[in-house]
Design a protein. Structure first.
Lengths: 696, 811, 118
């Protein structure tokens, strides 16, 4: 029977899966030969094929008719609308008035072509992507300290061999369950898992130490641990001397984070702090991982840097089964941030302001240097200015659902409605697509070929199992068609994804994320290749920093500023912390998973988790309908009373849209460096526990 | 560009330094020209850690908040060690030792000074403190105290407040034999503690060897030139070599006062932290008086700094300081004390108290209008962090006050499986709910395996295994059984090992075929033969009726069959120690038979590969060595390191013990192969920790016995079984364990699964403590097997059958 | 198969006393061009099959027997000795050779040379 080895469409673990059967009745199983998931899959993976032949699948373009309804139209008619809209807006408001919004779910080929499309076909500076809501803080921290950003600078399997793994604000047991096999292995070997999280997550459950830190105080905790490591003479002085710069800055910084103060701010007892510091300091190998918890804050970069500094003080980065890494979220969150769909970036992590980089890309794209626009606005900023005088008037969205995923969703909703033209390419009618003027039906994961780059920087081959349904085109085809209509046929003619990849290889040659030595054949032969891989004989780079970091002098940098409190802290009117996150059953904005019956049964509607004492304090009954309100808006949830979190914190998942959208509540305060919105902390009040049904 | 607004800060301590930091953090560099004056010639250091420096638990250079370099990096002009002497408010000018300068905005952060009471003789003629007398306030004080503590035998601290006690502890840490604390009041730390708490604290403190004198008013410091003692108001005296005065602090407000700003105890400021007399003059820190309060702790001072930075930088021009909530911890090793807020109840306050004299635990909380007004936690501060946050946020307290003093049952944690709702998703991969699992168990799935097969729970990503198991236990409620077939000793006979052994013994079944006849109605299952043969040999020793067809080919011809049908020959080399003689013979044989490959094995022997079946007898004869059992489910080898004979680290004679073990245990059949190892020291060169039975020599001429290790496809660190002194004990206990394993383990179950399955505690009880009274029987059975040993290679001379080693026969 | 047998010339070999093969075991015999494993089962039956395992060329005569089966010593593939059919796996069936114990207590084996042309 025909079997295709490919990869799960969801998270950055990119589990290897095997598909057999027909497009109508596909059978999915874990791929035991793929060294990352080793045959394991989670509920999302097992059911991934359900979206392929889903009844709600879009198979024809849609466009808004005179009465404002989305109706089926031909590809030609749809593309006419797109072309006309783009031309009109650019004539009236200039090139930058047309924006492109990408995604960390797109293949490297799409990511690359999207960036090229914006810079070459549209000549707009307005391009960014939803990865800003995901990894950007950790990415900035790594870039500043290591001179390069790869989610994990080591293979995931190394986790199992560490003595201690510290996970700050990450919940792999639910967001990437197959990872836990390495944690199980770690524990079986007598290793320790330390989890920092305001919630007693399934991951925290399996930890030897769970630090239920006060939301928004991650940096304080990390700096407090460093203070103790120095005090207890457990810092790796030799490593610090040989491989780092700027330790004095950190030493004076942490002098302000003595245990008593840290206890008061984080809520973690001094004794626990000392115990954990000692475990870390005495361990032979420590791996520090951050998740979205510390990263999705207005202090995101500083938080990530604090944990990164902790790893440096312990002498971890670059040592076997040790180091600092970030648990990348989106399927191609890694590749997505490398190949030029960020406002300030060209392929291969090249800075769009750097003349050398512009020259290189001008050659690859065969355009003039001047014609390449400069840096534009970051995602949240672009979205907040939609339709405004100096903002974007026409937006093209690929593989993203910003009206659900962006912070302060109501503002974004208003912005999207005010556009002259909104084009959405998706395979379902997502909440954002519902607002569109033109919806273009695109192919899904198993229906097209491409490459993804997983959380460990392993470039992998996503193979095609089925041909797309009639009427559906791949994003690559769609971009080429629009580019052609805008008069750039010659620069957007590709025979296959592989040809796009070859151009990407040339584009990244010599850059920090060098793919030039990677070919589809190698990916098949070698079960993926870790970048950088500068030549076809280069083995790829599973482990980074063994000898040197990617800074000019090869040393890692200690960077970090004093902790600032969250942009919004609880007060009289909004007495509780609100934090948001993911459930096992669903992925990101739920566009796919909410349409899979089994997953929907697991979590049919969003619940708001709170501690029994908190429920008692606010008179909330388990299972009651309630409305949560912040300074930005309100949303509906079902109360779930559980001891699994702090008494001062309410948790809600962000997989739902409309009246159940967690991001109607979240605070759009941005990190000064990564421009990451503060999804993880704001002040909330429990408005009503009786009323039910929907606000809109 | 236009002249920047000039902001001058007098004082560079916890307040001034922090203010500058907060301003810089808010981009103040762009707005202001920043200038700071500091008395001390250092950067700004963390005063709260001074007592750690004194106690040597922290280096001085670990407490700097902003080294001098910080100021230059951040564009702040610091006049370190330059004293400000006065100001002219009308013309906004500041006068200092080295000149004068203009300011636009001025901030007093002049801090406070240690209060030295005007005691007779406290100062020398020069007006400086008498030799041997110190305040405890600055890094210089610290250095001074540390110096003279070196030579001091007996020290006195005046002042039983927080800082005084920390100073006393510091002196003790510095090696001063006798440390006395002299306090004016009727109990220690009266500012933070009530009498009861203070009494208990004093007890603990005295237990640690400190001497406490309460209600003592010092009248005179004795000694001319250098302190020699104290005289008190009651006439008593106390001699000493050094004296530390920690009698509180006084705001430094002289300059402000001279400049005509309103000064009471400190410089008066409003909630805007501005002087009511001058809109361009602000003050923060320990030099101020705000709403009638003065300050001596870091938290409020830093709050003031943040508030003022918000105002000055315009990030929040309306920012106001409305006072702080006070909380402190005593930093004295061996004493857990955390206090917050007030300690004496006001009318209407609710007081909750917990006292445990024997443990010296004292907990007290004051509740005012349902909120926490104050708390004292002495001896057990585990709840401190939680209370502190409730206190800081003025949060309404839970009804049950005990939840405040002790961890509530439902403190942050995971719900038990019982408490889970029925629709709770347990296995998320396959979407199995608690209800489904419970129903499946009730419906007859009495084994974890059958449960998982039936529901597919735990068969996805596997991360729910633990919970499924817990639920199974809960639902089966004791009635749990496991799938019987997984417990059969061999697939062909439907009996568990104990049942089988019992049947074999009672029916006297001495041969494999008889077992099939009696227990499987004659149905011979080929895959069960080897297991049965191994068991019967173990049980009957010499009486076992050997049937060669029940043996695997390896055991029929005593070699390891290779992929091409040839065999490998591994002669026994006990403990991996060989001789010239042996090596020469091996070499000769290899040459004579043109052995395709000679390989040194992981078990420290020599493997001759590619021998044809019909060559085996001659090869053995020519070798004249015993079998190494490299092919059998039996004791294989004992790997050793050089040990104390030659190794410079060696603690025990590992080679000798290794040889003794191999000579005794060689060839013993067992359910799975047994690899042994002996290490002469914990460096473990012979990998004893990943052997089925591993022996490690440790200091004190003792041997550690480890069991259940593995270093193959499965890797497992062995568990420590016992620590013994002699080789004899090693041989006894190791042998006893091997026999227990031979009798109890399932066929092909290696010790790495056997030991965890049975549990090392149970095994230790049985083997070491003879908890089941079977030790003697185990020893006897093992001895029988040892006695029954015969080298199978002797069959080279007397084959059991003419065609035993026949290759293809031509007809 | 039967048809071929008639069309082919069968040759019989007497390989000597059943005692040459220990009870329950097998031995390899070279009969003309053929390498044949002959088994002497505990129930008295004798069976002859191709000596080389179709899986990975293991020596079948060295395999364990029981219930009319042989299990290859290399990778434990089982075959039915009478029919040659694989048991529990998908390897090719073994070639079998008619075998009998003669009245003289010797083993006789018939090797059928199938004519190429048919």
């Amino acid at each position: 029977m025909l079997e295709t080895r490919t990869h799960c469409p969801y998270c950055a673990f990119q589990c290897g899966i095997r598909i057999t059967g027909s497009a109508k009745a596909p059978v999915v199983s874990g791929d035991p030969d793929f060294p990352v998931n080793r045959g394991r899959l989670c509920a999302k993976g097992f059911t991934a094929a359900a979206t392929l032949s889903h009844p709600e699948r879009l198979t024809t373009p849609l466009a808004r008719d005179v009465s404002g309804n989305l109706v089926p139209v031909s590809w030609n008619a749809a593309l006419d609308r797109v072309e006309a809209g783009i031309r009109a807006v650019q004539e009236a408001y200039g090139a930058d008035a047309v924006g492109v919004f990408g995604s960390g779910a797109l293949t490297n080929e799409k990511t690359y072509l999207l960036g090229k499309f914006a810079r070459v076909a549209l000549r707009t500076a307005s391009i960014d992507y939803n990865g800003r809501f995901c990894m950007s803080s950790a990415a900035a921290a790594s870039n500043r300290a290591f001179g390069i950003d790869r989610g994990l600078p080591f293979p995931i399997a190394d986790l199992a061999r560490a003595d201690v793994v510290l996970i700050a604000g990450g919940n792999p047991a639910e967001t990437m369950p197959p990872l836990m096999q390495y944690i199980d292995e770690l524990r079986a070997r007598g290793g320790k898992l330390i989890v920092v999280d305001p919630r007693r997550t399934a991951t925290a459950e399996s930890a030897s130490h769970h630090l239920a830190v006060t939301p928004g105080t991650d940096a304080v905790l990390a700096l407090g641990l460093i203070h103790l490591l120095i005090r207890e003479r457990l810092a790796d002085a030799d490593y610090i001397a040989r491989r780092t710069e700027g330790f004095d800055r950190i030493r004076t910084l942490v002098a302000a984070y003595w245990p008593g103060r840290v206890e008061r701010i984080t809520g973690i007892p001094e004794a626990t702090l000392l115990e954990v510091a000692t475990i870390l300091g005495r361990a032979g190998s420590v791996t520090v991982l951050t998740g979205r918890g510390p990263e999705q804050q207005a202090q995101g970069v500083n938080n990530a840097s604090a944990y990164l500094n902790l790893a440096l003080v312990l002498g971890a980065p670059g040592k076997p089964s040790s180091g600092y890494g970030c648990l990348t979220g989106q399927g191609n969150g890694q590749g997505g941030r490398e190949h030029g769909q960020k406002a300030d970036q060209l392929p291969g992590y090249r800075d769009i302001r750097d003349p050398a980089a512009r020259r290189h890309m001008a050659e690859v794209w065969n355009v003039t240097e001047e014609s390449i626009p400069t840096a534009g606005l970051s995602a949240q900023e672009m979205l907040e200015k939609l339709g405004q005088d100096d903002g974007v008037r026409a937006l093209l969205v690929f593989g993203s659902n910003p009206v659900v995923s962006a912070a302060d969703a109501l503002t974004i909703d208003r912005g999207l409605r005010s556009l002259h033209l909104l084009v959405v390419s998706d395979f379902f009618l997502s909440e954002t697509a519902r607002l569109a003027d033109v919806v273009l039906p695109s192919a899904q994961w198993a229906e097209e070929e491409g490459t993804m780059t997983n959380l460990e920087g392993r470039v992998i081959h996503r193979r095609q199992a089925f041909t797309p349904p009639d009427g559906v085109k791949t994003d690559l085809e769609i971009l080429s068609l629009i580019a052609e209509r805008l008069g750039h046929k010659e620069r957007f003619t590709y025979g296959s994804p592989a040809e796009v990849f070859d151009e990407l290889r040339r584009a990244t040659a010599g850059s920090r994320a060098d793919y030039s030595g990677i070919t589809y054949d190698r990916l098949d032969r070698e079960n993926g290749v870790h970048w950088p891989c500068p030549s076809q004989i280069h083995p790829g780079t599973p482990v980074m920093f063994a000898e040197r970091f990617n800074t000019l002098d090869g040393r890692a940098r200690f960077l970090g500023d004093p902790h600032l409190p969250a942009a919004e802290e609880p007060d009289e009117d909004f007495p509780l912390y609100l934090t948001t996150g993911r459930l096992l059953a669903h992925y990101q904005t739920g566009t796919q998973t909410r349409r899979v019956p089994q997953l929907d049964r697991m979590a049919p509607r969003p619940t708001a988790q709170m501690h029994p004492l908190t429920a008692r304090r606010f008179g909330v009954a388990d299972g009651a309908d309630l409305v949560l309100t912040t300074r930005r808006g309100s949303a509906h949830f079902r109360a779930e009373v559980t001891p699994r979190l702090r008494q001062d914190t309410v948790f809600v998942p962000f997989h739902w849209g409309g009246a159940e959208s967690a991001n109607r509540l979240t605070n759009a305060a941005l990190d000064p460096i990564s421009r990451m919105p503060e999804f993880k902390v704001c002040a909330v009040r429990i408005e009503s526990t009786t009323e039910s049904g929907g606000l809109t | 560009m236009t002249q920047k607004h000039r902001l001058v800060v007098i004082g560079n301590g916890m307040a001034g330094g922090r203010l500058l930091e907060e301003i810089v953090a808010r981009g103040g560099r762009e707005q202001f020209e920043l200038i700071a004056f500091g008395d001390e010639p250092y950067g700004n250091y963390n005063r709260i850690l001074l007592s750690n420096v004194l106690a040597k638990s922290q280096d001085p250079d670990e407490i700097y908040l902003n080294p001098l370099s910080w100021y230059t990096e951040n564009g702040v002009t610091l006049h370190a060690g330059t004293r400000v002497i006065g100001m002219d408010r009308r013309f906004k000018r500041l006068f200092h030792e080295k000149g004068e300068l203009r300011y636009d905005t001025l901030v007093f952060a002049t801090g406070s000074s240690a209060f030295v009471p005007p005691i007779l003789g406290v100062r020398g003629d020069d007006g400086e403190l008498k030799k041997g007398v110190y305040a405890f306030r600055t890094l210089d004080d610290c250095h001074g105290i540390m110096d003279s503590a070196r030579s001091a035998r007996k020290a006195v601290v005046i002042g039983g407040g927080l800082l005084g006690l920390e100073a006393a502890r510091g002196l003790q840490e510095l090696g001063v034999e006798e440390v006395h604390v002299v306090h004016l009041m009727s109990h220690l730390m009266e500012a933070q503690l009530d009498a009861a708490g203070a009494e208990m604290l004093q007890g603990t403190f005295e237990q640690m060897g400190f001497h406490v004198h309460l209600e003592k008013s010092t009248k005179e410091i004795l000694g001319n030139g250098k302190v020699t003692g104290l005289r008190f108001a009651d006439g008593t005296m106390l001699d000493c070599d050094m004296l530390v005065i920690s009698a509180g602090i006084r705001p430094n407000a002289e300059i402000a006062a001279r400049a005509g700003l309103t000064v009471n105890r400190g410089i008066i400021v409003g909630d805007d932290l501005r002087s009511p007399d001058d809109k361009s003059v602000y003050a923060i820190g320990e030099c101020i008086e705000h709403r009638g309060e003065t300050f001596g702790l870091v938290a409020p001072v830093w709050e003031q700094a943040r508030t003022l930075a918000e105002r000055l930088t315009g990030r929040n021009p309306e920012a106001e300081y409305r006072g702080s909530l006070i909380a402190t911890k005593l930093k004295v090793m061996g004493i857990d004390l955390s206090v917050m807020g007030e300690h004496t109840p006001q009318p209407g306050d609710e007081v909750v108290r917990y006292v445990e004299e024997s443990e010296r635990i004292y907990k007290k909380i004051l509740v005012r209008n349902g909120k926490l007004a104050g708390a004292i936690l002495l001896g057990d501060t585990s709840r401190g962090a939680h209370l502190l946050q409730l206190f800081d946020r003025g949060q309404e307290l839970p009804q049950r006050r005990s939840e405040l003093l002790f961890p509530a049952p439902h403190e942050i944690g995971a719900p038990t499986v019982e408490s889970l709702p029925d629709d709770h998703q347990v296995c998320n991969c396959n979407g199995v709910s608690k209800a489904q699992i419970v129903t499946a168990v009730k419906g007859g799935c009495r084994s974890l395996k059958s449960l998982c097969d039936a529901t597919r729970a735990g068969q996805g990503c596997g991360s729910c295994k633990a919970q499924v198991e817990a639920l199974f236990e809960y639902a089966a409620d004791g009635g749990a059984v496991e799938d019987p077939s997984i417990h059969y000793y061999v697939p062909g006979i439907p009996l568990t090992k104990p049942e089988l052994i019992d049947a074999v013994r009672t029916l006297g079944l001495r041969s494999v075929s008889s077992v099939f006849k009696a227990l499987a109605n004659g149905k011979e299952d080929p895959s069960s033969k080897m297991g049965l043969a191994s068991l019967l040999k173990t049980l009957w020793g010499g009486e076992y009726e050997d049937e060669r067809d029940a043996r695997f080919i390896n055991d029929r011809v005593h070699g390891n069959v290779q992929k091409d049908g040839t065999f490998s020959v591994v002669p026994g080399i006990s403990g991996g120690v060989t001789t010239v003689h042996q090596l020469r013979r091996i070499a000769d044989v290899a040459e004579k038979y043109e052995v395709p490959m000679i390989k040194i094995t992981g078990g420290q022997r020599i493997d001759l590969l590619g021998i044809r079946k019909n060559q085996l007898p001659d090869v053995w004869k020519d070798l004249g060595m015993r079998s190494g059992y490299a092919y059998a489910k039996s004791v294989r080898t004992v790997k050793t390191c050089v040990g104390s004979e030659f190794c410079r680290f060696g603690l025990g004679d590992s080679t000798r013990l290794g040889i003794e073990m191999e000579e005794r245990f060689k060839g013993l059949e067992s359910p799975g192969k047994l690899k042994l190892g002996v290490a002469g020291c914990p460096r473990n060169c012979s990998e004893a920790l990943i052997k089925d039975v591993g022996i490690v020599a440790v200091e004190g001429e003792r041997w550690e016995i480890y069991v259940g290790g593995a270093g193959g496809a499965h890797v497992r660190k062995a568990d420590l079984l016992a620590v013994v002194a002699t080789h004899e004990e090693v041989l006894l206990l190791a042998g006893r364990f091997i026999q227990y394993y031979r009798e109890q383990a399932k066929y092909l179950e290696r010790t790495y699964s056997f030991v965890p399955r049975v549990g090392i505690e149970k095994i230790r009880a049985i083997i070491v403590d003879d908890s089941e009274g079977i030790a003697a029987e185990l020893d006897r059975a093992l001895q029988a097997s040892v006695d029954a040993y015969a080298d199978p290679w002797l069959e080279a001379v007397e084959p059991v059958h003419p065609s035993q080693f026949a290759a293809a026969i031509d007809a | 198969m039967m048809k071929e047998m008639y069309a082919a010339e069968a040759q019989s070999y007497d390989i000597g006393s059943v005692e040459r093969i220990p009870i329950g075991e097998g031995r390899r015999f070279r009969l003309g061009a053929e390498e044949i494993a002959v088994f002497h089962l505990r129930n008295g039956e004798v069976h002859a099959v191709q000596a080389i395992c179709p899986h990975r060329e293991g020596p079948l005569e060295d395999g364990l027997t029981g219930s009319g089966r042989v299990v290859c010593p290399l990778h434990a593939r089982a075959f039915d000795l009478a029919s040659g059919e694989p048991v529990g796996h998908t390897c090719d069936a073994l070639r079998t050779y008619p075998a009998e114990v003669t009245s003289a207590g010797t083993i006789r084996i018939y090797v059928v040379q199938v004519a190429e042309s048919i």
